[in-house]
Structure formats: structure tokens, C-alpha cells
Design a protein around this ligand. Structure first.
Ligand code: PMT
Length: 219
């Protein structure tokens, strides 16, 4: 009996440390693009999904690098970034040697072309902001060899149809699609419900659950 117990305990420990020896980079949070010194373009990402992935990967024994838009007081490496350009730099500088990259961050597709040096004064009437495209971080790293690259896909309509088109456009190995039109999952919630899509467009549905449990299933 004793040896059986030791055996099963080891089994559990081994299962829990399934990512031992693996390096994984995860992004989390919503980027902020400055309009002037006090105003931003951003989105509703709380960073909970990315953080759940990073925590679970760490518990499973992985060497984790979290690139986030907030400071995470965690026992693994955390690089804090604000804008899409900063996030791109951090991801690329830390890409070498990673076995897997999971991009759960909500990255702004656009930034203000010229951030005002001083607070913009109210002038009455219409204020026009010129936005320029940000680099697509996920797409740009998909050709890096020997890595599993996984993106997220936030859609408010035609979730699976758009996600299938997006994985082909981006070229990543996996895309995790979530419906952000729902109030109970997606942005700034404790729960999520996702579809994992692979390159061959196979789809696996993960039913609504806490972001912690969803993260475990993804990993
Ligand atoms: O943070 P939470 O409050 O917990 O919410 C979780 C979440 C809804 C933010 C998360 O589950 C999620 O869907 N993250 C991706 C949001 C997003 O930016 O989706 P997208 O479909 O616009 O982008 C597709 C992928 O490309 C994403 O992996 C994104 O990180 C990446 N991207 C997008 C734009 C860009 N310029 N560069 C990128 O790398």
C-alpha cells in the first residue's frame, strides 16, 4: 500500500509539473496608447485571463515570463509595458529560447500618430485624432521556428467564422476564441468560455468555467 501511495503521489506531482523544463512567455492586459500626458486609448482587459495562464504555467513547473500592462507581484519574471510598441519590444527581446508563447493581451491595433506634449485644451467643436496602425506582434512572431505560438481572438460577432479566418491570417499554431459581446465572460470577468482552434481548423469547445480552470485546460 505504501509503495502504491508513493507511486500515485509521484504521479500527481509529475502531472502537476507537466511543464517542467519548458519556457513559456505569456502576455496579459490591455495596452494604453497615449493621446496626451493624461489621456489614453485603451480597452477593458483586466489581465485576469493572461495572469491565470501565467500562474498555472508556473505551478506546472514552467519557466514563465509574463509581459503585462500591470505589475504582477509573482515568483516568475514580469516585464511591465504600456503601449503596443513597448509590448512588441519586450516580446521580441525575450523570444529566444521560449518553447511557447501565448498572447492573451488585448493589443491596440492603432496608436495616436503624434501624442500631444501637453494636455489638450478644450477648444469646442470636433477634435480629430489621427491614428496609425500598430505592428501585429502575434503575426510577426509566428514564423519563429521551434515554438508553439498561441493567440487569443476577441470577437463580438460570428465568433467561429472570424476566428477561423484570423488563425489563417495570423499564422499561429492555436487561437483561443472568446465571445466578447457577452457580459458574463471575456473582458474583465472571472469566467470565460472558449474555443481552441488549431491550424487545421479543428475546434475544441471549453465550456464556461473560471479563468483559472480555463487556463489549465488551455495549457
Ligand atoms: O484580460 P481579461 O479581462 O481577463 O480579458 C481576457 C481577454 C478577453 C482580453 C482575452 O481572453 C482575449 O481575448 N485576448 C485577446 C484580445 C485581442 O486583442 O484580440 P484580437 O482578436 O484583437 O487579437 C488577436 C490576437 O492578436 C491576440 O492574441 C492579440 O494579443 C494579438 N495582437 C493584436 C493586435 C496587435 N497589434 N498585435 C497583436 O499581437
Amino acid at each position: 500500500i505504501a509503495s502504491c501511495l508513493v507511486g500515485s503521489e509521484m504521479c500527481i506531482r509529475d502531472r502537476n509539473k507537466k511543464l517542467k523544463g519548458k519556457k513559456i512567455l505569456i502576455t496579459a492586459g490591455g495596452t494604453r496608447e497615449k493621446i496626451d500626458p493624461v489621456r489614453y486609448i485603451t480597452n477593458a482587459s483586466s489581465g485576469k485571463m493572461g495572469l491565470a495562464l501565467a500562474d498555472n504555467a508556473y505551478r506546472m513547473g514552467a519557466d514563465v515570463t509574463l509581459v503585462s500592462t500591470f505589475k504582477a507581484d509573482k515568483p516568475y519574471k514580469n516585464i511591465v509595458t504600456e503601449t503596443a510598441l513597448e509590448m512588441e519590444k519586450a516580446v521580441k527581446e525575450n523570444l529566444s529560447g521560449q518553447d511557447c508563447v501565448i498572447m492573451a493581451a488585448a493589443v491596440s491595433d492603432y496608436r495616436v500618430e503624434n501624442c500631444a506634449e501637453n494636455k489638450i485644451k478644450k477648444q469646442g467643436g470636433v477634435l480629430e485624432l489621427k491614428l496609425v496602425e500598430n505592428p501585429d506582434i502575434l503575426k510577426s512572431i509566428c514564423k519563429t521556428p521551434n515554438k508553439i505560438i498561441c493567440g487569443f481572438c476577441a470577437e463580438s460577432e460570428n465568433l467561429l467564422e472570424n476566428a477561423k479566418a484570423k488563425i489563417q491570417k495570423k499564422g499561429c499554431d492555436f487561437l483561443i476564441a472568446n465571445d466578447i459581446s457577452r457580459k458574463d465572460i471575456g473582458f474583465n470577468t472571472d469566467e470565460n468560455e472558449v474555443y481552441i482552434i488549431d491550424k487545421s481548423l479543428n475546434i475544441k469547445h471549453i465550456e464556461k468555467d473560471t479563468k483559472e480552470n480555463i487556463a489549465q485546460r488551455i495549457l
